[in-house]
Ligand binder design. Structure first.
Ligand code: 0L1
Ligand code: MG
Length: 262
């Protein structure tokens, strides 16, 4: 690590302040060019601790930048990992207030809930398949705190991978009833198809993202506990939304997830 504890704490307060105060900031590597990956995840961890100290519950883990479309959109080549909190959840079919967000975008995600712990290193797709309780569809609303979404990977990790809001659909399925690679997803905004893809767009198989998450945490001496909700990352590129927009994402075999931005 290259940053001292005081700087880590100050950057966590700076980025979380931008999230909660709904204002953008410049990417933090501008002022801290020596920041390394461990520093970035340490800042994210401090943001999580700040939320938990305030009474917010961490309710899931997220994989980001896992699809080729998103990597291309953002000009990066490596996935990132973050978390979601209880206050970020919104009901399927409900409203999302844009006044609480800076510049939201939506992306369709295939999610799982585990029934057994997963621990890397050495986690593999078979271990993930054995540990899945059920599969759920979701839409993530990302809202980078960085001005005009201009950032680098370390800045994004520190900013909890742009986590902001998420909507989970209510139709759970057993993983062995689904082929997650060929599972089709169509994202509509105001009744118009904006983008579509299949699960294989996420690293060839969405569960590869979970393997990478387990190995990432394992390298830090952590595991994914049983009962964890995990978002495997946007299948398509992210689509910008504004007040007045209606979004519906149709997941093959998993139903539709919808929301209205007000
Ligand atoms: O969920 C994600 O794919 C994380 C995206 C982080 C970068 C962005 O804000 O697009
Ligand atoms: Mg995402």
């Amino acid at each position: 690590m290259n940053l001292n504890r005081e700087t880590i704490l100050q950057l966590a307060a700076h980025l979380e302040g931008a999230e909660l105060g709904v204002h953008d900031v410049l990417k933090i590597t501008g002022d801290h060019p020596d920041m390394d990956w461990d520093d970035a995840y340490a800042i994210q961890e401090e943001i999580r601790l700040r939320k938990e100290a305030r009474g917010n519950k961490t309710v899931g883990l997220k994989c980001g930048l896992t699809s080729f479309a998103k990597m291309k959109q953002m000009g990066v080549e490596t996935p990132v990992f973050g978390f979601v909190s209880d206050y970020m959840a919104r009901p399927d079919g409900g409203e999302i207030k844009t006044s609480e967000l800076i510049h939201p975008k939506v992306e369709a995600e295939i999610c799982i809930v585990t029934k057994a712990p997963l621990k890397g290193p050495g986690c593999h797709i078979g271990a993930v398949m054995a540990a899945i309780d059920f599969v759920l569809p979701a839409v993530e609303i990302i809202d980078s705190r960085y001005r005009d979404f201009k950032f680098d990977l370390k800045s994004v990790i520190a900013d909890n991978t742009s986590a902001s809001r998420f909507v989970v659909g209510g139709r759970a399925r057993d993983a062995d009833e689904l082929d997650l690679r060929t599972l089709g997803v169509v994202l509509e905004k105001n009744g118009e198809v904006m983008t579509m893809a299949a699960g294989a767009a996420v690293l060839g198989h969405p569960l590869t993202a979970v393997v990478m998450l387990a190995n990432h945490l394992g390298a830090r001496g952590q595991e994914i506990p049983a009962g964890t909700f995990i978002m495997t990352g946007g299948v398509t590129e992210a689509i910008a939304v504004k007040a007045g927009d209606n979004v519906a994402v149709r997941f093959q075999d998993l139903g539709t997830v919808s929301m209205r931005f007000v």
